[in-house]
Ligand binder design. Sequence first.
Ligand SMILES: *[C@@H]1O[C@H](CO)[C@@H](O)[C@H](O)[C@H]1NC(C)=O
Ligand SMILES: *[C@@H]1O[C@H](CO)[C@@H](O)[C@H](O)[C@H]1NC(C)=O
Length: 195
Amino acid sequence: MKVFVSAALVALVTCAIGLPFAPEVVKFSIFEEEEVVIRRPRLQSYTYKNCGSPDKELFNLISLNLSPDPLSFPGPLSVNFSGQIKSTVDAPLKAVVYLGKKVGSTWIKIPCIGQIGSCTYDDLCSSLSNIQCPPEFVSAGVPCKCPFKAGSYKLPTVNFDVGAAVFPPGDYHGQANLTYNNALVGCYEIYVTFA
Ligand SMILES: *[C@@H]1O[C@H](CO)[C@@H](O)[C@H](O)[C@H]1NC(C)=O
Ligand SMILES: *[C@@H]1O[C@H](CO)[C@@H](O)[C@H](O)[C@H]1NC(C)=O
């Protein structure tokens, strides 16, 4: 199974895992899990695409794999990816994220609540500055905070334990545009179904 990455991996995957942005939201979800999430939501399908111009973007995702297939939360999540950063990306690194959920036949924009949803992150570098990079990132030389130096990166499979269901079942559409100064770092779009 393939998806995208980029600092959008940062924006979306770690956001879903609950990592750097809002520990309080994670706690909240874990807390809520007992009463609300009775069955484990499963990631039934997903597709992704680049929504910008890869030749003009500073980051190119070469491959991303998530497993097991299907994913269900809470539960394990394994990730590996490879990608290339064409020139160093540093502050100011900005992300504009759109997150929508399908209701009937229309897409409803999910508002930004507790740093999750359709949010604008004006300064991702400072949001990331306090996180501890997973040891697998460190040993593979893959940066998880600024500066993201030019180079080719390959993350071998890393296993996470996702403790809580972040999303209720449904169809989701996410889009993340990342810019460094005014240069496009990457635009990625993902469609995900949780059952
Ligand atoms: C991201 O950029 C694309 C192409 O420039 C644009 O169509 C889209 O509306 C942008 N999305 C967000 C969430 O800003
Ligand atoms: C990446 O993950 C996929 C799916 O889990 C696996 O088949 C593949 O061997 C992994 N690649 C590397 C380089 O670890």
